[in-house]
Ligand binder design. Structure first.
Ligand SMILES: C[S@@+](CC[C@H](N)C(=O)[O-])C[C@H]1O[C@@H](n2cnc3c(N)ncnc32)[C@H](O)[C@@H]1O
Length: 490
């Protein structure tokens, strides 16, 4: 969020943000309904657990489906559904409470359709009910409302039920949502996975990245997965949905597994790129860590170097690559505060003041800069390796290939944590290639290269890497197209 104003009051005087209320456009609900009806045209009943103003259910109604609709708020006249005003999470809890031993909920519904609430009252709601929610959702976690909804819907569904969702897409790759991904994969068949364009909800002043996912409860229904990478805009999505212009691939091709039982859902990632993930990851080869959180940067970090604040502090290179000035100067007494102040934390003390690489944490571009010895760093990712690996690794991390891997595959939100940087594969390179990359990176650092002069440097690095990895022209074009259109492609 951040792009738009905070309060948006609807005609009932309720802040839409509080409820996580956004209307799904008609062409999306048409697609979500028809896709389910094509898979099973014979169902009789449906549930929308956050029915809003019935935006998703008109077509189910027109197909003679008997629909129950739940919503925590009564948004007005309900025409297509049997409406129940209730918190769906409470509803789920009650269903679960009635179960004996290892019984399953198995609600009667043949279809579920939902656009679960997101960016809403969830912070307060989760904080207030944390203990109970933790008990209810177990390892799925209670990170946000939409993931709890997805988990509860899957649990409620009987074998063969179809589940059509449009929802925030951070669960596709976020590390904390690995258990939700595992649940989807272990209990459902995936029919569609479609990334929606970023402008889909802009008219409603919502800047959220979403995905349409159509599942069927039970593993035995799995055929090829129909997927679509994020179109440039709403118009393009409309056309692709109408023309059914999807990629059809085996389920394995949308799972990007690493060696630590973690995996991501990836869409339309060329096999050549997927194969790079068999190389060891940054976190396996090097130390990839976070550092200091002060709890109050204004008090402990000075913009200028001055008496008592003399230790360079790096926290987010942002769009800068190779070289960046420190973001400020940390108090010389940081180790004292670590001991004495509750919110002041110095993690990984053994790696403080060491020479390394500091990576961006926020913002669309991904960049890495040289971290000089004697520096400290914040909660962004920082990499520590042998001295001879620093410069070529810096070159590699700033390549378009790595931007593509980070932004197109590993994470599509704006916050790049050390967990994600740890997952970047480190491709095997010839010694001479490393030397060339290292020389470019070192020179760029020494010349204090500024973001506006980076293009030609990155191009030189890309040429060396593409050449050594023998990537096809198609892939090279795709990577370059992606990195030059980050705003719309991420
Ligand atoms: C993103 S809107 C979707 C509205 C409509 N179904 C659509 O697709 O256009 C989410 C809806 O969830 C409702 N909601 C929020 N928290 C809820 C809860 N705990 N239980 C049930 N509904 C909830 C909101 O009132 C809102 O109508």
């Amino acid at each position: 969020m951040g792009r738009f104003e905070k309060t948006i009051v609807n005609e009932n005087g309720v802040d839409r943000r509080e409820l996580g209320y956004y209307s799904t456009p008609n062409f999306i609900s048409t697609f979500m309904t028809n896709a389910m009806l094509e898979i099973n045209p014979h169902g009789k009943t449906a549930l929308d657990p956050c029915v809003g103003k019935e935006e998703l259910i008109k077509e189910l109604y027109e197909n003679n489906i008997d629909i129950d609709g739940i919503d925590i708020f009564n948004h007005g006249d309900y025409y297509y559904c049997n409406f129940l005003q209730k918190d769906f999470i409470d509803f789920y809890k009650e269903q679960k409470a009635n179960l004996l031993f290892d019984q399953k909920i198995n609600l009667k519904y043949d279809y579920y359709i939902a656009n679960p609430p997101y960016n809403c009252h969830e912070v307060d709601y989760i904080r207030t009910n944390k203990k109970e929610l933790n008990k209810l959702f177990g390892n799925i976690g209670v990170h946000n409302m939409y993931s709890m909804f997805v988990s509860a819907i899957i649990d409620s569904a009987k074998d063969g039920a179809l589940i059509s969702l449009i929802t925030a897409d951070s669960f596709l790759t976020a590390r904390m949502h690995n258990p939700l991904r595992a649940k989807i994969l272990n209990t459902c068949s995936i029919h569609y996975l479609i990334l929606c364009p970023t402008d889909l909800f802009w008219e409603q002043k919502a800047d959220v990245r979403t995905t349409i996912m159509i599942l069927q409860k039970g593993k035995k229904y799995q055929n090829l997965v129909k997927s679509l990478n994020r179109p440039k805009n709403k118009e393009e999505l409309k056309i692709k949905l109408e023309q059914k212009d999807f990629l059809e691939t085996p389920i394995e091709s949308i799972i990007n597994a690493s060696n630590d039982n973690l995996f991501e859902f990836v869409i339309d990632i060329p096999l050549e790129i997927q194969s790079l993930f068999s190389y060891p990851r940054i976190g396996e080869k090097y130390k990839c860590i976070t550092g200091i959180s002060t709890g109050e940067d204004g008090k402990y970090i000075s913009k200028e170097k001055k008496g008592g604040f003399e230790i360079p502090f790096y926290k987010n290179p942002g769009s800068r690559k190779f070289y960046c000035e420190p973001d400020g100067f940390l108090t010389n007494d940081y180790l004292v505060y670590d001991k004495e102040v509750k919110n002041f934390m110095v993690r990984n003390k053994a790696y403080m003041l060491k020479e390394g690489i500091t990576c961006s944490s926020m913002g669309l571009p991904f960049g890495a800069c040289y971290l000089p010895a004697g520096s400290t760093y914040g909660v962004n990712a920082n990499i520590f390796c042998e001295k001879e690996d620093i410069w070529w690794l810096l070159g590699y991390l700033n390549s378009s290939l790595v931007t593509y891997i980070v932004r197109g595959i590993l994470i599509r939100s704006n916050m790049i944590t050390s967990g994600y940087v740890s997952k970047i594969p480190v491709v095997e390179l010839k010694k001479s290639t490393k030397q060339k990359l290292g020389a470019i990176a070192k020179k760029s650092f020494e010349h204090k290269i500024s973001p506006k002069d980076l293009a030609v440097i990155i191009q030189a690095i890309d040429t060396i890497l593409f050449d050594e990895l023998s990537l096809s022209e198609e892939i090279v074009n795709e990577i370059q197209n992606f990195t030059s259109n980050l705003q719309s492609r991420v």
